[in-house]
Design a protein around this ligand. Sequence first.
Ligand SMILES: C[S@@+](CC[C@H](N)C(=O)[O-])C[C@H]1O[C@@H](n2cnc3c(N)ncnc32)[C@H](O)[C@@H]1O
Length: 194
Amino acid sequence: MSHKERVAWDERFRAGDHAGADADPFLKQIQEYADLFPPRRRAGGPRALDLACGAGRNAVYLAGQGWDVTACDISLEGLRKAQELARQRGVRLKLFCQDLKTVALPAGYFDLIICFFFLQRELFPQIKAALRPHGLLVYKTYTADQLPFRGRPRHPLHLLQPQELLEAFRGFRVLCYQEIMKDRGVAQLIAQKL
Ligand SMILES: C[S@@+](CC[C@H](N)C(=O)[O-])C[C@H]1O[C@@H](n2cnc3c(N)ncnc32)[C@H](O)[C@@H]1O
């Protein structure tokens, strides 16, 4: 990512042009699979990673549910908002300012990885490797069905093709997958690493 893009994201967060404080409703569906969560470790909860966390709505929700949450984003302004939301909600987050184009995720470390409204296909192998066996992935982002609707994104690099998430995470146990075309085009996946 260029410096220009980073600055553009910072400006969007400064202008308040971002999602609100409530977690994405799809994330809350992981409660349906709570029996798959690993038992609590002695120090802290099971480990979750929020990729491109933005202003922190999903990371803060998970922390409130007892997860030990690491969250990263390229935008310092987004992370500042995430920090403030965590403070308001009385939870702690491990926040990292990180360009995901150059990240090196630890292998076999996270019990849950979430990624909402961010697509960088080169990251898929690292996501797979960073999950522990039986770990869960929750992914939701725009598809090419977004194009007839107004608003961002428009570039194919940022839009999933039909079934693409299923293909990308073939070998995972698919717990929930939908492609939705109401007001916007999105795909959403909950899958377990086997
Ligand atoms: C549409 S927002 C989604 C934020 C959050 N996941 C949510 O759903 O509320 C996309 C996020 O991706 C971040 N981002 C864009 N490019 C990035 C990169 N190369 N590395 C890390 N974060 C990036 C932006 O700063 C922004 O916070």
